[in-house]
Design a protein around this ligand. Structure first.
Ligand code: CS2
Length: 481
């Protein structure tokens, strides 16, 4: 991958990369970061300059740095939607490291006064959050490791706390911590998590993190499937270069950010980012409508034999369930000035139908125990408190539980990918619906008020019984009849 010889049809950075230093360390160098924050940062540098390039860090996998390093950080983003495919080469990544192999370089970047922002996409399970307390989950592997090995952290909390402590000791102002994961109130949640981590590991930093470090909240959105060999082949056809790090994504992108950056930030508005005082209503809308419908259609669609989201949307009965879910989720939201939820729902349905995105239901079905609370159970609890229709949420919850059994209606086994997979499979495999609901309704990720709603759990049990005893297609057909 190089910028020479790229056809005019492909957009390339209109700035000299070497003239712009790094100002951001990003933790979680996956496809989503490459499609989202790195593209916004590319726009910002192109538009307004600045030393804002990104040092990308992967905490576990060696693949991202192995792919990006030989390409000098360059890679292709292919945007695909109804209007066709467009390729763009992103120049904002200055370096790519893996914590396993490049710890010294990563620590140096985190301590560098030039680093003013540390942004994060480590997915929900990367935080080590105890949902019931808002503090650290002591049994989370990275949290447990980092508490006992503070000088060699492997996880998010350990790395951030160590770096913030070292900066403070050296008299370097703290960086701004920018969570870009699909968690409600992601900035404040991460701040509370780090404060709790410090109480155990570094009590002298509690006040510093409480009062001196900014944790702006964000809502991030861009549907980005895991890249495949076809993605790489398409990138090479479009750019004329081999590209091991290419990704594909949709044309749509959205970023709503709380404007709290004491040490400055790139001009992300150039890429369309919206700055606001209160991200929460946007986050709730996105998590409950987009991600909630995504989870529902992933569990249901996977069980019905649909590999991709676009196949789900081509199934008339299932796509009606998607509409029903979006409508019910919208009813749990506070009005958001300037946003029409019906229009947002229609736009989501169109995005889910994108014929060029191969977004696997199995991918979205991953890590359900980390997603189900904010996507399905929190809106269900709201609907329950207002006497609203609970059925769509009960349906989604039952479909998730059905997924946890790890076996299709035809008894084909599949892997349940979830940090709690072992326990969840043990609770569900071979059990009747009543037993599964009994075991899961009091789990730590179920909002307390919802655990008491017998009507909701009776609906979940009835639907789960149907899903365990009949083909999913029949259950869906009956549900929309
Ligand atoms: C998806 C999200 O995999 C999932 O759980 O729901 O990754 C979704 O595609 C993004 O949040 C879209 O912005």
């Amino acid at each position: 991958m190089a910028l020479e010889g790229i056809p005019d049809s492909v957009r390339v950075p209109a700035y000299r990369r070497e003239n712009h230093g790094a100002g951001i360390v990003h933790l979680g160098l996956g496809a989503f970061h490459k499609a989202h924050q790195a593209a916004y940062t590319d726009d910002a540098i192109e538009h307004s300059g600045g030393d804002w390039r990104i040092v990308g860090v992967s905490l576990r996998s060696e693949a991202p740095s192995r792919e990006l390093q030989p390409q000098n950080g360059l890679y292709t983003v292919i945007e695909r939607d109804f209007s066709g495919s467009r390729a763009r080469v992103i120049g904002s990544i200055a370096a790519a490291h893996c914590l396993k192999t490049d710890r010294a370089a990563i620590e140096a970047a985190l301590q560098d006064p030039a680093t003013r922002i540390v942004s994060i996409t480590v997915t929900e399970k990367g935080y080590g959050l105890d949902r019931a307390t808002g503090g650290i989950a002591i049994d989370h592997p990275a949290i447990a490791h980092d508490l006992s090995h503070p000088a060699e952290p492997q996880g998010l909390a350990g790395l951030l706390v160590r770096a913030l402590g070292q900066r403070r000791a050296a008299g370097v102002p703290p960086f701004t911590v920018l969570s870009c994961d699909n968690l409600p109130d992601n900035g404040p949640v991460l701040r509370s998590l780090l404060i709790d981590f410090c109480r155990h590991a570094a009590p002298e930093l509690v006040d510093h993190i409480t009062f001196d470090v900014a944790f702006p909240a964000t809502m991030v959105d861009r549907i980005t499937p895991a890249p495949t060999l076809e993605t790489l082949a398409l990138a090479s056809r479009m750019t004329g270069h081999a590209d091991e790090a290419a990704i594909e994504t949709e044309g749509f992108h959205q970023w709503v950010i709380e404007d709290s950056f004491p040490t400055g930030r790139p001009k992300w508005e150039a890429g369309g980012a919206i700055f606001t005082d209160d991200v929460r209503p946007y986050e709730a809308m996105k998590l409950r409508m987009l991600n909630g419908a995504h989870s529902m259609l992933a569990y249901t669609g996977f069980a019905a034999g649909h590999r991709y989201v676009r196949d789900v949307m081509a199934d008339p009965a299932l796509s009606r369930l998607v509409s029903r879910h979006l409508y019910a989720a919208a009813a749990t939201l506070r009005p958001l000035p300037g946003v029409d939820f019906a229009g947002y729902a229609a736009q989501l349905e169109e995005r889910f139908c994108n014929p060029h995105l191969a977004h696997e239901t199995y991918q979205i079905a991953m890590d359900g125990s980390e997603k189900i609370t904010q996507r399905i159970l929190a809106p269900a609890q709201y609907a329950s408190s207002k006497g609203q229709d609970l059925r769509p949420f009960a349906f989604a919850t039952a479909a998730w539980m059905r997924h946890l059994t790890g076996s299709t209606h035809d008894c084909a086994p599949y892997e349940v990918r979830d940090p709690r997979a072992k326990d969840l499979r043990a609770m569900t495999r071979g059990q009747p619906a009543s037993q599964i609901v009994f075991a899961l309704r009091d789990a730590s990720f179920v909002p307390t008020a919802l655990t008491r709603d017998d009507v909701f759990w009776a609906q979940v049990e009835e639907l789960l019984h149907a899903m365990l005893t009949r083909p999913m297609a029949d259950v869906i057909a009956q549900e929309v009849a």
